[in-house]
Design a protein around this ligand. Structure first.
Ligand SMILES: O=C(O)CCC(=O)C(=O)O
Ligand SMILES: [Fe+2]
Length: 223
């Protein structure tokens, strides 16, 4: 394709993008955000109260300070606590597999489900979930399942004030709502990274925000 920066991976990513979008379009529970610049879907009430409670309990039990992958570390960038949730545990496994099946992606391509907790003042500043292939971590990520394609994220509780997920370039903002799932394609329909998926976990003002995030790779992450 003359004049574009499509590389070999783009064809695979284009295919995944189309397959997942078709599957979500066919799912009556999934709604599509009415914007042109990114494929963002949401499913209200995706997770039951009981599952939300279980995940919040596990996050409280297993949290550590969140980390980020970058060559330019800024301690204020991501100030939440995170926890990797054990995919083989009897509580997580059904949730994990149901998520992969919602998107129609092989569960092996999914990274470990990650819980995140934000206290007042904590945030995750504007970032892309896809990997920047010019950064030094990319060589390692390439061996570990490659690029991130789709993200699925679920709010586990309502937050009194603040904590919205904001896509400033796509022009949408989601307020945390217990059980609400968001899923978006980090690639454009042609399989190249979509910079308009830039998003931010805005600072919590009042209350505590609990979410789980699952990032899906273009190939097997789980060996
Ligand atoms: O906390 C949020 O609303 C966003 C979280 C996020 O961007 C992520 O987990 O990749
Ligand atoms: Fe993100």
């Amino acid at each position: 394709m003359l004049g574009t920066k499509r590389n070999a991976g783009a064809a695979v990513r284009e295919h995944i993008g189309r397959q997942v979008a078709q599957r979500l379009d066919a799912n009556p529970a999934a709604k599509k955000a009415q914007i042109d610049s990114a494929q963002i879907y949401y499913v209200p009430g995706y997770l039951s109260e009981r599952d939300c409670d279980t995940l919040m309990r596990l996050i409280d039990a297993g949290s550590r300070r969140s980390t980020i992958l970058t060559d330019n570390y800024d301690p204020e960038f991501r100030t939440s606590d995170s926890c990797d949730l054990d995919r083989w545990s009897p509580e997580i496994r059904p949730i994990d597999e149901r998520l992969a099946s919602l998107l129609g992606i092989d569960p092996h391509n999914g990274e470990t489900l990650q819980g995140q907790r934000y206290a007042p003042g904590q945030q995750f500043r504007a970032h892309h979930d896809f990997f920047h292939e010019t950064e030094s971590y990319w060589e390692r990520m390439k061996q570990e399942g490659g690029q991130r394609t789709w993200t699925a994220m679920i709010y586990l509780n309502d937050v009194e004030e603040g904590g919205a997920t904001w896509f400033p370039q796509a022009g949408v903002r989601f307020k945390p709502k217990r059980g609400l799932l968001l899923a978006w394609n980090n690639m454009k329909p042609d399989g190249t990274p979509n910079h308009k998926t830039l998003h931010e976990g805005m600072a919590v003002v009042k209350g505590t925000k609990y979410i789980v995030t699952k990032w899906f790779r273009e190939s097997a992450w789980l060996k």
